[in-house]
Design a protein around this ligand. Structure first.
Ligand code: 5GP
Length: 190
């Protein structure tokens, strides 16, 4: 997605060779107009698949997921990182290893929001080593749902999450794939 690549080039900041900061349009301040176009791209790429639900993880996956859910006309469920005290109902959970924070944490979804036979589109802001996506897949599977696609805003192609998940047979559509990054340059895959 050219517009996204241009925006990453203009406003993204590589904090190191493997961490990209995009807090001016995706991870802190959000550009709704860009989210709208991102959602159009996801709708186009997944146009042949009849999803009935989007699954993401708080917080940065929510904006692109909600925009896409609006256009697809389907609900969006986000996995919670902190288990709230109101979660006294049955829930599914899985462990994520945070690449950026270098620690493990649990994510959970109330079981009433994932149903057997659901056809789920996972959406997330970044794909690095694939831990967040794999945890969302595990949660969906606990509920008997099927993952029919994974939509990623920014994939870091030099980390192995995309390769791993594609080898497992998942259909991943990434709107921008970064093959190499340094403090002053970002190289995208064509
Ligand atoms: P993974 O689980 O695939 O290793 O990493 C994906 C998750 O980690 C995303 O949900 C995202 O929040 C975070 N993440 C991974 N790499 C980056 C990065 O370079 N920049 C930012 N801002 N977040 C990242």
């Amino acid at each position: 997605m050219e517009l996204l690549k241009k925006r990453i080039t203009k406003d993204g900041k590589a904090l190191s060779e493997n961490i990209l900061k995009v807090d001016s349009f995706l991870n802190h301040q959000i550009d709704p107009s860009l989210m709208d176009k991102i959602a159009d791209e996801f709708c186009g790429k997944f146009s042949g698949t009849a999803f009935n639900k989007i699954l993401t993880v708080e917080s940065s996956g929510i904006a692109p997921a909600v925009m896409t859910g609006l256009k697809m006309g389907i609900p969006v469920v986000f996995a919670k990182k902190a288990k709230p005290s109101t979660m006294n109902e049955e829930y599914y959970s899985a462990t994520v290893h945070s690449f950026t924070k270098q620690k493990n944490y649990e994510i959970s979804v109330l079981s009433k929001f994932i149903k057997k036979g659901d056809r789920i589109l996972i959406i997330d802001d970044f794909l690095a080593n694939g831990s967040a996506s794999r945890a969302l897949i595990a949660i969906a599977e606990q509920g008997g749902a099927k993952i029919d696609g994974i939509g990623i805003v920014i994939e870091k192609g030099f980390q192995n999450g995309g390769k791993l998940l594609r080898e497992l047979g998942y259909r991943i559509e990434s709107l921008a794939i970064i093959d190499e990054m340094s403090l002053n340059s970002i190289r995208f895959r064509d």
